[in-house]
Design a binder for this molecule. Structure first.
Ligand code: SAM
Length: 273
């Protein structure tokens, strides 16, 4: 899978792609990333990418012409022409605080594509005609305003690449993290145990502990130390329910819950009263 990032700050991404799983995924050729400096598509001495907004007001706006040329250099036509010309066109994404919320579900959709182009805004944003003419979607990484789309693009690449087959050591591990696939989509593991019993399944992940067993006056939960896998699964499921109820009760409405889960939730809620 290939990502193309269009930015006025190409240097921003160097440390991001030189560390951790991203670096390994790139080195192993599981993903490719092209960083494209928007200033290379300007034609004046000052390499100007922005201009004052029509209608007045604060700040500057990224001009449409360099963005259109950057996209053309990547072989990307305006949408109207693309529809006829290409059978599997790349997805062009505008990073924007006004976009649809970027979620794990959306990341799964994007991870199935061959090529995703990410346009990073700056200043007050991008001339809206670029959005209308070229962008398939506008994505926001959260309800706050960043100073540029670069951080958002890095987040989007990081989340998607973890879902590309082969990137995570254990192919299935992404499935069982917070926001993993809903229980209904999870079948059984190699031992025939329903994965929903130990996967995130639309809930938040359970808490994790490692050695030492005693730290800062706190002992890791005894159940995790005793090696009883059935008890461990049950404890983890209960912790998922507790965490989700405490931090993201909205997720419970969409999660597929068993009778046992519902009973547990009731007793957790009663405890809190
Ligand atoms: N005037 C814009 C508004 O109020 O929505 C904010 C522009 S912001 C200062 C500059 C750029 O940062 C945006 O064009 C966008 O690319 C990026 N950005 C800011 N917040 C974002 C968010 N929550 N998600 C994704 N991109 C964001």
């Amino acid at each position: 899978m290939r990502f193309e990032i269009v930015t006025i700050f190409p240097g921003f991404f160097s440390s991001i792609f030189e560390n951790g799983i991203l670096r390994r995924a790139l080195a192993e050729g599981l993903i490719e990333v092209g960083i494209h400096d928007l200033r290379n598509f300007t034609h004046d001495r000052h390499r100007t990418v922005d201009d004052r907004p029509f209608g007045g007001g604060e700040g500057m706006v990224l001009k449409p012409q360099p963005l259109a040329e950057a996209l053309a250099s990547l072989g990307i036509e305006p949408k109207a022409q693309r529809a006829q010309a290409q059978s599997a066109p790349p997805q062009v994404v505008l990073l924007s605080a006004q976009g649809r919320p970027f979620t794990q579900a959306l990341a799964r959709e994007l991870a199935s594509l061959d090529r995703v182009v990410l346009l990073c805004g700056r200043y007050e944003g991008v001339d809206e005609r670029i959005n209308e003419l070229y962008c398939d979607q506008e994505l926001s990484i959260g309800d706050y305003v960043l100073s540029g789309g670069e951080l958002a693009a890095a987040v989007v690449v990081d989340v998607i690449m973890r879902l590309v087959p082969g990137v995570l050591g254990n192919e299935a591990s992404g499935e069982f993290e917070s926001f993993g696939v809903a229980d209904a989509e999870i079948t059984t593991d190699s031992e025939g145990v329903p994965r929903s019993q130990h996967g995130a399944g639309g809930l938040l992940d359970y808490p994790h502990y490692t050695r030492p067993a005693e730290f800062g006056g706190l002992r890791a939960p005894e159940v995790l130390l005793n090696g009883d896998h059935l008890q461990i699964r049950r404890w983890r499921r209960e912790q998922q329910l507790r965490k989700t109820l405490a931090n993201r009760p909205d997720l419970l409405e969409r999660a597929t819950l068993s009778q046992e889960d519902r009973k547990l939730l009731e007793s957790i809620s009663e405890e809190d009263c």
